[in-house]
Design a protein around this ligand. Structure first.
Ligand code: PGA
Length: 254
């Protein structure tokens, strides 16, 4: 069985560095004995230095929730790959819907993803429709988001890319309001098809596809087993250590 990748997106939480350290320490300790799982904790930028001091392992690493599309310059409020890499963050979430909602276009997301991987990071690129209509036009929407990124990348870059499918209408809800795992399965096949069209089947099969949107203990197992994803992107439940660790266990079938 391939290792499952579980990304913890802390968003703008917790409030203090000491809470962040406590949370990270607990997650690290609980995940340490687990097999077949890799956890990447993505805290707010300002907590990275303190968490980096606590160390990263092969099982628990650090990531950023976003990075700029350039390394230095007049970009107020932005943080670049070299800055977060200095604090052990080797992964970056790119194009999260909460970033896209602030006006980040498909083109900017693509540039950020390209830049992050050229700077030696792994990019978790988020895609997902805002609403789901019966006509199925969300497939076109997701295709556009994907193609924007794929079009600026080379086949060799795909080793450093994961795709997180996060239907925006499922984010921040309860377990029962998340996506139906069978519907997830269909979208996973579609995402692989779009990647296959550009880079071929072998490359498409190698890309990790994650699911995000109200992942909880109750639904994590089905997303992996029925949905067929390689991992999960967990928001609010990643702030509750016990729930988060149980999600990781569910993901690997424990
Ligand atoms: P949620 O967030 O798990 O709280 O729904 C997921 C995300 O936005 O990445």
């Amino acid at each position: 069985m391939k290792k499952k990748i579980i990304v913890a997106n802390w968003k703008m939480n917790p409030k203090t560095p000491s809470e962040a350290k406590k949370l990270y320490t607990t997650i690290k300790k609980e995940i340490a004995p687990m097999q077949k799982v890799e956890v990447c904790v993505c805290p707010p930028f300002v907590f990275l230095p303190e968490l980096a001091k606590l160390g990263v392992t092969r099982k628990v690493s650090l990531g950023a929730q976003d990075v700029a599309h350039v390394e230095v310059g007049a970009y107020t409020g932005q943080v670049s790959p070299c800055m977060v890499s200095a604090y052990k963050a080797k992964t970056a979430i790119i194009g999260h819907s909460e970033r896209r909602a602030t006006g980040e276009s498909n083109e900017i997301v693509a540039e950020k993803a390209k830049h992050a991987i050229r700077q030696g990071m792994h990019a978790v690129v988020c895609v997902g429709e805002l609403v789901r209509s019966e006509e199925g036009d969300y497939y076109t929407f997701v295709r556009q988001q994907l193609e924007a990124v794929l079009s600026v990348l080379k086949k060799a870059d795909m080793k450093y890319i994961s795709i997180a499918y996060e239907p925006v209408w499922t984010i921040g809800k309860s377990a029962g309001e998340a996506l139906d795992p069978q519907a997830l399965h269909e979208m996973v096949l579609f995402i692989r098809k779009v990647i296959t069209e550009r880079f071929g089947r072998v490359t498409a099969e190698e890309v990790s596809i994650l699911y995000g949107g109200s992942v909880k203990v109750e639904n994590a197992k089905e997303f992996v087993e029925v949905g067929g994803v390689d991992g999960l992107l967990v928001g609010s439940a990643s702030l509750k250590p016990k729930q988060f660790v149980d999600i990781c266990k569910q993901a690997i079938g424990k």
